[in-house]
Design a protein around this ligand. Structure first.
Ligand code: NAI
Ligand code: MG
Length: 345
């Protein structure tokens, strides 16, 4: 069985970090006995410049037909690429785990949180208008989208520490955020063994810094989730180690939380861990969906190799290390070999 992975390298540091993830995933899947075929497609600022479109039709179709997509960051065309892909393919869940890791300096020592962010509507629907002397954006919240994201979050909490924090601003926006919160409450009644609390987004921004260990699953809308996930990433060590998944009922697209980092592009110092961990999430999701244990095993190998490498000090300068981006894949591959041999002893 062969699986097709669409690869969008993107802009800036994308072409430096994506090859690290691809080679590490290739190493792990070769060992577990499954073949992935990676096909690269253009997307982003460079695609716009060279091909006249940030998201060429060929790329859009490839994401639709691939078994999964691995995406690097794009630059100023983010809205035309990632926001569009989320909407076209109804990738309604944005999953952003944040976990403290050995060897990575963090603000707190025992954090293990997942942000479940609604990924298709809210202000990111993109309905913006100009009037003379004014600008208007529409915040769209539907019952269907709010219910399905809430169900996803509560189901996830069932498999974790059984706690959901519903983040909104229902006091100021009782109609839109009010609907989001009411749907979450309705969903909670389907999961009586999961505890939940409501938290206004400003209070959540504070609590994430002050007491991040108190969170398990955070359920929130699109814009708040975008902002809080960068904050939470910083609490556990920075954007360089923050992975993300965009998931729908049939498709999944995996990418780091961070952007194209034009300030450090081309210098071989970008941190590839966020992308490597996103690729591990991809293997895990694909393993579940295809019922193929070899993919789940490969996911564990990739994730473990990253954790062990960080513990051993294999780090780029943003984490206080001296490694170059291009050196990291060899280190991770060697650890995967170690893990594999040990597992077979
Ligand atoms: P950014 O995440 O690219 O950079 C913020 C800071 O973090 C910079 O100092 C950067 O050097 C650093 N950083 C980010 N990733 C890093 C890594 N892997 N290793 C080491 N340092 C890293 O955010 P910024 O500067 O706001 O946006 C830059 C561009 O990225 C913009 O054009 C934006 O539209 C785009 N963007 C794209 C996203 C996507 O494709 N999903 C998401 C966020 C931003
Ligand atoms: Mg963001």
């Amino acid at each position: 069985m062969m699986y097709k992975i669409a690869v969008l390298e993107g802009d800036g540091i994308g072409p430096e970090i994506i090859p690290v993830a691809v080679s590490v995933v290739t190493k792990a899947t070769e060992l577990t006995g499954v073949t992935l075929e990676f096909e690269r497609y253009p997307a982003g600022d460079r695609a716009l410049e060279e091909l006249g479109e940030a998201l060429p039709r060929e790329t859009l179709e490839a994401v639709g037909t691939a078994d999964a997509t691995l995406k690097g960051p794009v630059g100023e065309t983010a809205k035309d690429v990632i926001v569009r892909l989320r909407q076209v393919y109804d990738l309604y869940v944005n999953l952003r785990p944040a976990k403290t890791m050995p060897g990575v300096k963090a603000l707190a020592s025992n954090v293990d949180v997942v942000i479940v962010r609604e990924n298709t509507e809210d202000l990111y629907k993109g309905y913006e208008f100009e009037l003379p002397g004014a600008a208007i954006a529409l915040k769209v919240v539907t019952e269907v989208a709010s219910m399905r994201i809430a169900e996803f979050a509560f189901n996830l909490a069932e498999r974790r520490r059984k706690h959901v924090t519903i983040v909104h601003k229902g006091n100021v926006l009782p109609v839109t955020d009010g609907l989001f919160a009411r749907c979450a409450h309705r969903s909670s009644s389907n999961h009586p063994d999961v505890a939940y609390r409501d938290m206004y987004v400003d209070a959540a921004a504070m609590a994430i810094v002050r007491n991040p260990e108190s969170f398990d699953v955070i359920l929130t809308s699109n814009l708040y989730g975008d902002i809080l996930s960068d904050e939470l990433a910083q609490v556990v060590g920075g954007l360089g180690v923050a992975p993300a998944a965009n998931i729908g009922d049939e498709r999944g697209l995996f990418e780091p939380v961070h952007g194209s980092a034009p300030d450090i592009a081309g210098r071989d110092i970008a941190n590839p861990y966020a992308t490597v961990l996103s690729a591990a999430m991809m293997l895990d999701w694909l393993g579940d969906g295809k019922n193929d244990e070899r993919l789940s095993k490969a996911s564990m190998l990739v994730e473990k190799s990253a954790v062990i490498a960080l513990e051993r000090g294999v780090k780029t300068p943003d984490l206080g290390g001296h490694h170059r981006t291009s050196q990291i894949s060899k280190e991770l591959e060697a650890i995967i070999d170690e893990l594999w041999t040990r597992g077979r002893d």
